[in-house]
Ligand binder design. Structure first.
Ligand code: ADP
Ligand code: MG
Length: 248
């Protein structure tokens, strides 16, 4: 297989101190291919969110290897990790996590500016247009519905063209129809951009929309859904499609 987007080897993590410490991740091994979408399911408390935090570089593994886009997170300093995250990883949380005193466009543009992307406000406006929010650029989060806030969060996550998009219960705070619209947008943008997606969800229908489902049980991968689906790099894929389209 080509170099995977995500490679975990024997990842262990214990959270908390003393009597309240919990061995949350117990030797997780995982490969996720570039462009693949993976749904992570499992009972509450099984370590799904913690696993995402490790993938995002927001928690460090105590032991084992965490490699994103060919780079090992373990050896990075906090500053290097923050900068890596800002350029390579997009995150969408259940509760949106927008900055309340910034407008929609500022919420998207500021991380772009920090990542050194040119013309961050123009880029942010374009990204908000792609999620259907051209008319809401100057609104504050408190002036937006839940579905709109999550679309801003999605635009913010995708604007950097991340190598991996991480989503923890992204429709968990939305009613079912709005949740479905946000999920449609998430999958259509993920497919169009060929972003690697790791999605945690309780919703079996949502998980089934992913290329592969991974079942987690008490800190271990119980079923990794088989080998990563081979996803061709964009230029190879274009080449293959051109060949297929060519007359005999
Ligand atoms: N900071 C922490 N200190 C101690 N235990 C924690 C901490 N964070 C999470 N845990 C425990 O780790 C386990 C996994 O949590 P989590 O990853 O949030 O599970 P999930 O997302 O699958 O519901 C739970 O038993 C939880 O109580
Ligand atoms: Mg969770």
């Amino acid at each position: 297989m080509a170099e995977p987007a995500i490679r975990l080897r024997n990842v262990h993590l214990t959270l908390g101190q003393g009597r309240s410490s919990v061995h949350v991740l117990k030797g997780v091994d995982l490969n996720i291919a570039r462009g693949e979408s993976v749904g992570i399911v499992g009972p509450s408390g099984s370590g799904k969110s913690t696993l995402l935090m490790v993938l995002a570089g927001l928690e460090r593994a105590d032991e084992g290897l965490v490699e994103i886009a060919g780079q090992s997170l373990g050896g990075m300093t906090e500053d290097q990790l923050a900068s890596f995250r800002g350029r390579h990883i997009g995150i969408v949380f259940q509760s949106f996590h927008l900055i309340p005193n910034m407008t929609a466009i500022e919420n998207v543009a500021v991380p772009l500016e920090l990542a050194g992307v040119p013309d961050p406000f123009e880029r942010a406006a374009r990204e908000l247009g792609l999620v259907g929010l051209s008319e809401r650029l100057e609104h504050y989060p408190g002036e937006l519905s839940g579905g709109e806030q999550q679309r801003v969060a999605l635009a913010r996550a995708l604007a950097i063209e991340p190598d991996i998009l991480i989503a923890d219960e992204p429709t968990g705070n939305l009613d079912s129809e709005i949740g479905r619209q946000v999920a449609d947008l998430l999958f259509s943008e993920q497919t169009r951009r060929r972003t690697t997606l790791v999605l945690v969800t309780h919703d079996a229908q949502l998980a089934a929309r992913c290329d592969r489902e991974i079942k987690v049980r008490t800190g271990e991968i119980h079923d990794d859904g088989g080998a990563p689906r081979a996803v061709l790099p964009q230029h190879v894929d274009r080449h293959v499609r051109a060949l297929e389209a060519a007359p005999e």
